[in-house]
Design a protein around this ligand. Structure first.
Ligand SMILES: *Cc1c(COP(=O)(O)O)cnc(C)c1O
Ligand SMILES: [Zn+2]
Length: 501
């Protein structure tokens, strides 16, 4: 629909103009810094930052009903800049002019209700939100669209040039960073650091295909992260890890979409997310808080963060008694939720602050953490996908976490869960292969359940003299005999019944 065709009461706000006054704010010392430069940690104390809109209160002047209508109407626009996460421009990056917005098809991922059988197995109504249907097949695109739109804005206003963007990654961050940087050629080049053999072949193929410089480093993600931090402290590079607060802003769109999808009725919703570097759960909490503050939602949904036993520093922190908690970085073990295999999450200070704020606003404990076994992650991923989903291992981790939460009384039948498949199943097909072929190395602690295994059946009837091959087709009698013999064998295996007459 064309902007001039919209009703008068939404027209004035329909196409957002740059507004607000964004600043970086340090979580530790509360120092504030100008948004017009690339900044990742506090120049005064070194802590992580979050972005605040000093004029956020202006958003409360628009009544909640008008906001809701505005977001619904924006759905009908064909303007690329407003098709993705910037539908929520005023909340995502109000200072970014629409001309600078980079849109590659991210956001507004499908929310798919589980079938009755699977809901019964889990014990409550739930939906998968398929963030694997983002352009680089993970939720990381949300944050990259935000971070790269901001950098694009700095470039177009002449504040920076010749950007070299770097990130450390468990696979998906580098795929997303390389994709968005490639779109902004030649103004941005990208270089990504990956832990050697700790990302899947599919994930490795992504930054290579996008033309990024790809460096493989010995160790795990936490080691890569330290190298990237050293690079960004000593050299002129743009850091694209979720340490970069712009990433968090973009990822808040996940919460806004859930709110809009469920007609802003979130009081009975349970939002389940996996935790790795903790950027995602930070964004999810922050997003719901902002919508709550302007009255777009009138209650805060429950949030459940899930971690594997093999990488659970956040879970271990919250297991301690309030007031006595100390954060202990962990040495991680092999995990099928490999993109979350992080022992020292960069966003931990943000989580600590936001969990407290969230619970305070809600007036009760609304953020919970559960831990799941590697076995449960694989089993629930496979069960989800056998019921029509495309969940990655982290999507399996979320479902396993939801099941745990129900068992522990943290969620129940009166609620509806929205669980995050953070990436596409295909990125982690290798773990499915290990399961189906019963070849998991012992360190994973996963043994396949026979009922969940599957394997292709090779049909090659022994009485066939010749079979077709690429470049060597069969014809005539030989081909007929081949078709008949193969169908007979398949029919036998499937126990098919012959048609009558
Ligand atoms: C990055 C990632 C995670 C972990 O998200 P954090 O923001 O690091 O907590 C989970 N799943 C997938 C597929 C990821 O790529
Ligand atoms: Zn500081």
């Amino acid at each position: 629909m064309k902007p001039e065709q919209f009703p008068p009461e939404v027209k004035s706000h329909l196409i957002p103009r740059p507004s607000g006054r964004l600043i970086y704010r340090c979580l530790a010392c509360a120092a504030e810094f100008d948004i017009q430069k690339l900044l990742y940690t506090c120049p005064k104390c070194g802590q992580v930052l979050l972005i605040h809109d000093a004029q956020f209160d202006r958003l409360k002047e628009i009544p909640p009903d008008q906001w809701r209508r505005l977001f619904d109407y924006r759905r009908m626009l064909t303007l690329p800049a407003l098709k993705g996460i910037y539908r929520y421009h005023e909340f995502i990056g109000p200072n970014i002019p629409l001309e600078a917005v980079v849109y590659l098809g991210e956001g507004h991922t499908p929310v798919v209700e589980a079938n009755r059988g699977l809901q019964q197995d889990v014990g409550l109504r739930f939906y998968y939100k398929n963030d694997g249907q983002n352009p680089s097949a993970s939720f990381k695109d949300r944050g990259m669209a935000s971070a790269l739109s901001y950098i694009n804005y700095l470039i177009s206003s002449g504040k920076v040039s010749n950007i070299l963007a770097v990130c450390a990654s468990t696979g998906d961050t580098s795929a997303a960073a390389a994709l968005y940087a490639a779109y902004l050629r030649p103004n941005i080049q990208s270089a990504v650091l990956l832990p050697h053999k700790k990302v899947t072949p599919q994930q490795l193929s992504q930054p290579l295909g996008s033309g990024a410089k790809v460096y493989e480093i010995p160790g795990v993600f936490d080691d890569c992260m330290k190298v990237v931090e050293a690079l960004s402290e000593q050299y002129e590079v743009a850091l694209l890890n979720s340490k970069n607060a712009w990433r968090v802003l973009g990822q808040e769109s996940y919460s806004y979409e859930i709110a809009q999808e469920f007609e802003y009725e979130v009081a009975d919703k349970v939002v389940v997310v996996p935790i790795g570097n903790a950027g995602n759960i930070t964004a999810v909490m922050s997003g719901f808080i902002k919508f709550y503050q302007v009255g777009l939602i009138t209650a805060l949904p429950k949030i459940i963060g899930v971690q594997s036993e093999h990488a659970d520093p956040v879970y271990q922190y919250y297991r301690q008694a309030p007031g006595e908690r100390t954060f202990v970085p962990q040495t991680v073990r092999a995990s099928v939720a490999q993109a979350a295999m992080i022992g020292n999450p960069v966003s931990m200070p943000r989580v600590i602050q936001l969990v407290e704020h969230y619970n305070q606003l809600a007036g009760c404990q609304r953020v919970h953490f559960v831990q799941v076994a590697e076995q449960e992650i694989m089993d629930w991923q496979l069960r989800a996908n056998r019921n029509g989903h495309i969940a990655c291992t982290h999507g399996g981790e979320c479902l396993a976490g939801l099941k745990r939460a129900v068992a522990q009384g943290l969620a129940n039948k009166t609620e509806t869960a929205v669980i995050d498949s953070t990436a596409h199943a295909l990125k982690f097909a290798g773990f499915q292969d290990l399961y189906f072929s019963n070849q998991f190395p012992a360190e994973f602690e996963v043994a396949p359940q026979p009922a969940l295994m599957n394997a292709p059946i090779y049909i090659h009837p022994s009485d066939l003299a010749q079979v077709p091959a690429p470049g060597r087709p069969l014809s005539g009698d030989l081909f007929d005999r081949f078709v008949q013999a193969v169908s007979r064998e398949i029919a036998l295996d499937l126990k098919l019944v012959k048609k009558k007459g």
